[in-house]
Write a protein of this length. Structure first.
Lengths: 299, 448
């Protein structure tokens, strides 16, 4: 048993040493985009790239990445393009070192759009699209409705899909709930599966700060984008604790703008400056007086 | 300075000989042309270096994200420090009533004006976009010590210029008619600058009152300028800067640097202008004693500043102190402390070393050490930010001043020398009327 642990530790450290190369498991690397890359996906991907990636990786093909160690590879570079679509997708989700994880901030579809944009810089690239699954064919046009059940303290989502003219509940689909915060989306509760009626109930914390009337912006997403497409919904519900703190920049303070400077500081500063320059002005007036006295003497 | 001036000295024949002695070197001489030519050509090279920085930005310096204050800011602190001596000599010692400071006071004011004027320029050089200077005045927040610093540097410079100019007025009037060996434009300049001075008792009364106001006003201003400069560092939490004694620590250090600068200028004025009669061995002896006094006070603050944190060795402070005591900066640190502070104190305790030439050598060492001391205060702290330095190129990790940066810094020193040279060469460097008045009183007493 002890030997087994030592072996485990050695393996662990050798993995760390080889971590220079970012190894992606074959299953992850084999993942393919559920949709074909077109001009419209590239265009959507560019907007996401500019907002989330450009600040470090620079413009693709221009080698103007920020000078970090290691230098973030250019999106058009051989090194970057050597990744399979699945490997790129995996790395965007996981992140490593200074490269952040986009797991909770961008949807899987958005990540594929970014990959679509980056592939636009590789003329040799030929896309392989994932085969559509049976589930995907079965349940499209999923719509989600979010509600706040005050009695149980739960956020409830109901999933329906449109089949012809008839709306049907979506059963057995995995759903995740997020609350929108200043920086990224905060996962709330665990991923849950919808029941036969297409309902999902998330336990919601009682102490999440909301706005002045307790509103929190919620996002709910279906995790299996291959099967259901990119289905998500946003709703603003009064599930948080009403928080009505004045902004830190509202009162007079040392960190405020000039107009919000503390009174005592304005007073002290002006007193010192006016005193000093008052005396300086007086001394200069004395030089004038000396001049006048001299002029009189000359006459 | 007495507020009542006995103008009898104007009739005294001694005034003629004193004026002749002091005015003899005034004007354009061959030595002056050669010296200014040397300074001017050297400055051209430095201005070229600055033109590169203007064009390309601060990337041509060694300054990066971690060490964003380097040689320029160290130089700025050094200049502000050295300029404070004007206040110490003319104001504190003069108001107490030490008579020996009279012939030195103007030299001290010249140093104050030159260093304070260029200190402001150094700050502008440290800006990547100097053309945005106006934004400091448009959008500056009075909560920021930087704005206080700008305010107080301008105020101190103005008071120093006035304190140089006002006691000069009677001398300018005395010099009229005794300046035939100088260019016409200089005589005209004297005429304008002497503001119709007629040596009337009324004019002396007005002048002495104005000077007295300035002498008192400059004390809090000088304290403010260097305390605020120290606050630029001390208001942050960083190891090496996070100190409550930074104000007095900077102030006492300033007097050491300034006194050394005065001795150096005194020496060259005395030997080049043959003014041994006015800048006597006694003056060097007294300046030596002053330098010992201010150095001992500064040593005391140094012991406080390093011993107290070193006794506690808080994690962040310990890294910083280790760097200074035995690490990367150890050679510079111990050279500055031992050669620039401890050794001068020991040597200057003996009257043998308070002779002009040995004073010159000691003062040069002290002044150079004072510059490196500012470097040690500004730079090493930034090597160890609280958050780890990572994912950046190796060149960002350590601060290494570049040739361009060094040339620009040398240029600011040249500019100081040029200002000092012009003031020393075109105007009487020793107060003629105060010397004549003192001499007259002495003769009068001995006659009685």
């Amino acid at each position: 048993m002890k030997r087994y642990f030592i072996l485990l530790i050695i393996v662990r450290f050798s993995l760390q040493l080889s971590a220079q190369e970012w190894v992606v498991a074959p299953a992850d690397a084999a993942l393919k985009s559920p949709f074909a890359f077109t001009d419209s996906t590239r265009k959507a991907g560019e907007a996401i790239y500019v907002a989330n990636c450009k600040s470090c990786h620079g413009d693709p093909g221009k080698n103007n990445a920020i000078q970090l160690v290691p230098i973030p590879p250019d999106a058009a570079s051989v090194k970057m393009q050597a990744n399979t679509d699945g490997a790129m997708h995996y790395k965007l989700i996981q992140g490593r070192g200074p490269m952040p994880s986009f797991k909770n901030t961008l949807s899987s579809t958005d990540l594929w759009r970014v990959i679509s944009f980056m592939r636009g810089y590789n003329p040799k690239y030929v896309q392989e699209v994932a085969l559509p699954t049976i589930a995907g064919a079965a349940a499209q046009n999923v719509s989600i409705k979010l509600d706040w059940n005050k009695a149980s303290g739960q956020v409830e989502a109901s999933l329906t899909s449109l089949k012809g003219q008839v709306s049907q509940p979506v059963a057995g689909a995995e759903v995740k709930l997020f609350a929108k915060r200043y920086f990224g989306n905060l996962p709330v509760d665990e991923a849950r599966k919808s029941d036969a009626a297409g309902k999902v109930a998330f336990n919601f914390p009682k102490d999440l700060p909301g706005d002045s009337i307790g509103n929190v912006q919620l996002i709910v997403k279906l995790t299996d984008e291959v099967a259901y497409g990119e289905a998500s919904a946003e709703a603003t519900l009064a599930v948080g604790v009403p928080t009505n703190r004045p902004a830190l920049t509202a009162p007079r303070a040392m960190w405020g703008v000039l107009a919000k400077a503390p009174i005592w500081l304005i007073f002290a500063y002006l007193l010192a400056v006016l005193t000093a320059w008052g005396f300086i002005a007086y001394v200069i007036s004395q030089i004038k007086a000396i001049y006048r006295a001299g002029s009189k003497e000359q006459l | 300075m007495a507020s009542e001036v006995n103008t009898d000295f104007l009739q005294d024949k001694k005034l003629d000989s004193i004026a002749a002695d002091i005015l003899r070197p005034v004007g354009i001489t061959q030595g002056f042309v050669v010296w200014m030519g040397f300074l001017g050509i050297s400055l051209m090279g430095c201005i070229y270096a600055y033109s590169i920085q203007w064009d390309k930005g601060l990337i041509v310096t060694g300054l990066r994200d971690y060490t964003s204050w380097g040689m320029y800011i160290a130089n700025f602190v050094f200049f502000v420090a050295t300029s404070l001596v004007g206040m110490l000599i003319s104001s504190i010692l003069g108001l107490i009533g030490f008579k020996w400071v009279k012939p030195i006071a103007r030299i001290a004011e010249i140093i104050a004006v030159a260093f304070a004027a260029v200190a402001g320029l150094v700050i502008i050089i440290d800006m990547g976009h100097p053309e945005r200077l106006g934004n400091v005045f448009l959008y500056g927040r009075i909560q920021s010590p930087i704005v206080w610093d700008v305010t107080v540097v301008i105020t101190y410079l103005t008071i120093s210029i006035l304190l140089y100019f006002l006691p000069l007025i009677p001398d300018l009037a005395i010099s009229k008619g005794r300046m035939n060996h100088t260019p016409k434009w200089l005589q005209n300049l004297y005429e304008v600058m002497s503001v119709k001075w007629q040596h009337t008792p009324e004019q002396y009364r007005l002048l002495m009152k104005a000077i007295r106001i300035l002498l008192i006003l400059i004390i809090p201003t000088a304290f403010a300028i260097h305390t605020v400069t120290s606050w630029l560092f001390a208001v942050t939490l960083r190891p090496g800067w996070d100190s409550t004694i930074f104000g007095p620590y900077f102030l006492t250090g300033a007097f050491v640097a300034g006194s050394a600068a005065v001795v150096i200028v005194m020496y060259f004025v005395r030997s080049n202008y043959k003014l041994d009669k006015y800048l006597t061995n006694h003056h060097f002896d007294m300046m030596g004693k002053l330098l010992v006094l201010v150095s001992i006070v500064y040593l005391y603050f140094n012991i406080n500043e390093y011993l107290v944190p070193a006794y506690k060795m808080k994690t962040a402070e310990a890294i910083h102190l280790h760097d200074l005591f035995v690490g990367e900066y150890a050679v510079m640190f111990w050279s500055v402390q031992l050669l620039g502070l401890v050794l001068p104190i020991i040597l200057l305790l003996f009257s043998f070393f308070r002779k002009p030439f040995s004073m010159l050598i000691i003062s040069i060492v002290v002044l150079v050490a004072a510059w490196f001391k500012r470097f040690l205060i500004v730079v090493p702290t930034q090597d160890h930010p609280f958050l780890p330095k990572q994912y950046v190129p190796q060149a960002w990790m350590v601060y290494q001043p570049t040739v361009i940066e060094t040339a620009i810094t040398v240029g600011t020193l040249l500019l100081v020398l040029i200002i000092i040279t012009i003031l020393v060469k075109f105007f009487p460097v020793i107060p003629i009327w105060e010397m004549a008045e003192e001499q007259h009183e002495l003769d009068h007493k001995s006659q009685k």
